[in-house]
Design a protein around this ligand. Sequence first.
Ligand code: RIB
Ligand code: CA
Length: 314
Amino acid sequence: MGRYDNMSEKRIPVIIDCDPGCDDTAALLLAFRCPELDVRGITTVSGNVPLDKTTYNALRVAEAIGTDVRVCPGADRPMFREAVYAPHVHGEDGLLGIPLPAPKRKASFYKAWDFIYEEAAAQEGELEIIAVGPLTNLAIALAAHNDLAGMIKRIVIMGGAAQGGNVTPCAEFNIYVDPEAAGMVMKSGIPLCVCGLDVTLKAYLTAAEIGEIKALGTPQAELFAAVTEQNCEKVFCPQGAPLHDPAAVLFAADSSYFTVQRCWMGVETTGTITRGKTVTDCWSDAQKDPNVELVLDVDRERFAKTVKRLMERY
Ligand code: RIB
Ligand code: CA
């Protein structure tokens, strides 16, 4: 069989909304080799670095992957707040200065939110979004197109945390950057799967596992290793490099080795200390109506094996 072993089953049409970003880059490398996924396009958002850099990075990573799907830029700042970036994690350029060649093509003139709407219509209710950056593009898409919510099958989000945080003691970066946008998505009624820090800090690769991928020797494997080996989050995950965004992609492709709990989730938008906290009702007397599938755990060995198997496809 060719590159995709199970072409017989219908592949899931997805758009990847991202802010490349090192782990976004790893997520893109994996997504385009998941046999279950049909990546219809990439949308970019201000997050780890400003929009011009996340878009530039998405274009050059797409070239490294060998895909010509559309790259559609979106929001250059959160809906109501000043932009927050993470150069201390991803470098000023968003890719730790890794010498990845400049892209030959330009980004699409289509805005992210309009591309999402157009593709949702084209996919006739089957489109899924894998959102691994701040949720600004999705919130704008929902505001601009009032029938969109009924056209999207599912959103798999890397963001939030039932417990803890990585920007503050109670907020994860993607939600912290644009809590209002996240709140709009949480209230949209669209089926949501939330891969927060609860699972992504368990979805790590050890240095040895990263070395095995690097040893594959392809340019894509070397890029994967380069964006993951400089694990800048040892404080959160001393065992290895947490693959936040790749966890959302692999969950979207095959959730069978992840643990999920249906619960209510809301976003704190008015607090100062609690800005961006994903308030999660896993167990309380409140028993609020559930609106998300919260991903709480993963079979890490299988996750690591899947990552390597996918990278072997390059
Ligand atoms: O908290 C981790 C998330 O924030 C990841 O998506 C990473 O790329 C950053 O955007
Ligand atoms: Ca990201």
